[in-house]
Design a protein. Structure first.
Length: 498
């Protein structure tokens, strides 16, 4: 059992009172022999544990340490494992694997006594209302799902570094629209703006130039619109955004706990997930209300109107009935071919407008060279040109679900390729004209029966033919005419005209 200084102090005090070693040892909680040792020495355990200045065994690296030290002076970043592997290669059989830790201690001691100077971090004093920081953190690890499907996303985290008040928004990438949405949402929530805004060197705020990085024009316009000064952290200096970096980890841990308490990671929609996140952050912000009040007293009220949360471009629809938006392809209604349209690019979706009429809305594609072709927009033309289907560039987009793909494979196993394509296109045409879910259900039934499959069979299940309803023979009641016009019934029976 380790003897502490406080025990020995109590031992000495008790022995001074009673002069009895056994009784004093018992009250100090130690053995009599141990008590006797400390009473004779008159020293505390911390004073007796002096660091020895001799080795208990021979240093296995004594012979080759000058070589190691020379390498460390030339390249201080070399680690002990690399040096040990090189020594083993140069001197086979001289060193054993278990001696690596000895070399690691030697290298660590050398770095402390003779190594290069290390960077010093200076704690900063934060002042109310002065600085806000923003950063992105990946939230896919939270394993949130939307209607059962995994939701890959980021959280845009806005933090006032004095009070740690924060606001978050869900985003799919670090494009400029993400911080634009996050900053404006936070400012709108606060109703006030900080004096200075700080962000890292992400491409949403800066771009590379010959002498480093410079601010993007759109980012500068956003800051000027709200009259906020701005700066970035040093390149590779994420510790300069330490407050928001630390907040990222705490935020995700809190969200994980609330998800466990909720008992479900699935949400009906992205909007429902965002509303739930606002409740989580709102509870955290309530604990920061006092320091936030200090910040609001010195922050300037936001009077500028909110900027649109989208970018807008004008494009002309080509003969392929599609648009190239940020190097991704989207199909549009064929009636727009040849017309110029306005495309509004939001962080999570795009909208296509012609004049003042919204023509379509679809989720935004991430990355480059992706495609989203809606068969409903092009099937009317392709069913008349079935030969185009085989080599169509976006052919895979013409299978709206796995069931449709299985149906195509079944058709392909029983017929010629040209006829198969036509049959499949007729099925797609039926889905576009009626309901895709009904056609899909019909296909599932036919696939389960392992029978022949064609467009007519699908149509009969979706739109069963009904015989015309039977009608009883018409019987004329002449008295009705007498009520309308006296004497008309007799005239009609005689075949005359009124």
């Amino acid at each position: 059992m380790t003897i502490r200084d406080r025990q020995v102090k109590k031992l000495m005090m008790e022995f001074t009172k009673s002069g009895n070693i056994g009784r004093s040892a018992l009250r100090a909680g130690m053995d009599r022999k141990t008590a006797s040792k400390y009473l004779k020495s008159g020293k505390l355990p911390s004073e007796l544990c002096a660091t020895r200045d001799w080795r208990t065994r021979e240093d296995p690296f004594y012979e080759h340490w000058p070589w190691v030290e020379e390498r460390l002076k030339h390249a201080p970043k070399l680690n002990a494992k690399t040096l040990f592997d090189e020594l083993c290669r140069l001197h086979p059989g001289h060193y054993q694997e278990g001696q690596l830790r000895t070399l690691q201690r030697h290298v660590r001691t050398w770095r402390a006594e003779q190594g290069p100077e290390k960077e010093i971090f200076f704690p900063q004093e934060h002042r109310p209302g002065e600085v806000a920081q923003l950063d992105f953190t990946r939230a896919t690890e939270l394993k949130v799902t939307i209607k059962g499907e995994a939701f890959a996303h980021l959280l845009c985290n806005f933090v006032l570094i004095y009070s740690n008040w924060q606001w978050i928004t869900v985003c799919l990438s670090e494009s400029f629209l993400a911080p634009k949405q996050g900053i404006q949402a936070a400012l709108q929530r606060l109703g006030h703006a900080p004096a200075l805004f700080q962000i890292d060197n992400s491409t949403s705020a800066t771009h590379e130039v010959k002498k480093g990085r410079d601010f993007n024009e759109r980012f500068v316009e956003l800051m000027n619109h709200y009259d906020i000064k701005y700066r970035t952290t040093g390149v590779g200096k994420k510790e300069q955004n330490g407050d928001v970096e630390a907040s990222n980890g705490a935020l995700k841990r809190q969200i994980e706990q609330d998800l466990l308490l909720r008992g479900s990671w699935d949400f009906e929609s992205v909007e429902a997930y965002e509303n739930w996140l606002r409740e989580v952050v709102g509870r955290k912000n309530r604990d920061r209300s006092l320091r936030l009040a200090e910040e609001l007293q010195v922050m300037v009220k936001v009077t500028a109107s909110r900027l649109p949360s989208y970018d807008e471009v004008r494009l002309r629809v080509g003969q392929q009935s599609s648009l190239n938006v940020l190097r991704n392809i989207y199909s549009v209604p064929s009636r727009l071919i040849g017309h110029e349209v306005r495309v509004r690019i939001f962080e999570r979706m795009i909208e296509v407008w012609h004049g003042e009429q919204l023509q379509m809305q679809t989720p935004r594609l991430l990355g480059r060279r992706e495609s989203r072709i809606d068969y409903r927009y092009i099937i009317w033309s392709m069913v008349r040109k079935p030969g185009a289907f085989a080599l169509y560039r976006y052919r895979m987009d013409m299978f709206p679900s796995l069931t449709f793909r299985r149906a195509y494979d079944r058709l392909n196993a029983n017929g010629e390729s040209t006829k198969v394509d036509l049959e499949y296109l007729r099925i797609l045409f039926l889905a576009a004209r009626t309901m895709q879910c009904e056609v899909e259900s019909a296909l599932q039934l036919l696939l389960e029966d392992a029978c022949e499959l064609n467009a007519q069979m699908v149509k009969e299940l979706v739109e069963p033919s009904k015989p015309p309803p039977e009608q009883e023979p018409l019987e004329a009641h002449w008295g009705v005419y007498d009520k309308l016009l006296p004497g008309s019934a007799a005239l009609l029976r005689a075949g005359g005209e009124l």
